[in-house]
Design a protein around this ligand. Structure first.
Ligand code: TMP
Length: 210
């Protein structure tokens, strides 16, 4: 692997996807070849799987079944898109990667963490982001932001806040276990402050102004 692989993680409503695409734009403007992926999705198979997963309210799916579907989409994305891009030296930014599986299906829904880790090894092999930006904020901040955004609130209003607490706690545990890979970014700030913080970290990693 010759390219650089970064991932973005965290709960909904904190601008994770916006930050990932902002960073991709910044780096492209500086002449880098950047690939931005999102999960689940990013391949024809992944988009179909996404469709099933995001209608989980109408289609009953156990946490284990969800995990297998997310992992299937991820396996395809890694094989068809991420590994080939890294092999030619591109910088890959993943809007979610396997930490989402551990945080949501594992810590959030209670699926067995060791099983999820084994599933991930099967799906993606040893591929690991060099840096993972965890956009983090207290759950009441997240819920207040979602409430302020009509469309998003529809999607999340019936989810138990305790679920988001478990997901957040899970992410923080993952970050504590791998402090060299994870960068915890305070998400309770303006978009520009968050972006500047991330840019600084990426510049350090790249060893030159990003
Ligand atoms: P997003 O568009 O805000 O990133 O949302 C994707 C949703 O999918 C979000 O609720 C988190 C969820 N998800 C999992 O539960 N497990 C996973 O492995 C991934 C990639 C996403």
């Amino acid at each position: 692997m010759t390219g650089i692989f970064l991932s973005f993680e965290g709960g909904e409503g904190l601008g994770k996807s916006l930050q990932a695409s902002k960073l991709a734009e910044d780096l492209r403007a500086r002449g880098r070849d950047v690939l931005l992926t999102r999960e689940p999705g990013g391949t024809p198979a992944g988009e179909r799987i996404r469709d099933v997963l995001l209608h989980v309210r109408d289609v009953a799916l156990s946490p284990e079944a969800q995990a297998l579907l997310y992992s299937a989409a991820r396996a395809q994305l890694v094989r068809d898109v991420i590994r080939p891009a890294l092999a030619v030296g591109h910088l890959v930014i993943a809007d979610r990667f396997f930490d989402s599986l551990l945080a949501y299906q594992g810590y959030g829904h209670g699926a067995d963490l060791e099983g999820l880790r084994a599933m991930t090894r099967f799906a993606v092999g040893d591929l690991m982001p060099q840096r993972t930006f965890l956009i983090d904020a207290p759950v009441d901040v997240v819920l207040a932001r979602l409430a302020a955004r009509q469309g998003q609130w529809d999607r999340f209003h019936d989810v138990d806040p305790a679920f988001y607490e478990r997901v957040r706690e899970g992410y923080l545990r993952l970050a504590a276990a791998e402090p060299r890979r994870f960068v915890i970014v305070n998400g309770d700030r303006s978009e520009d402050q968050i972006a500047a913080d991330i840019r600084r970290q990426v510049e350090q990693l790249l060893g030159a102004p990003a």
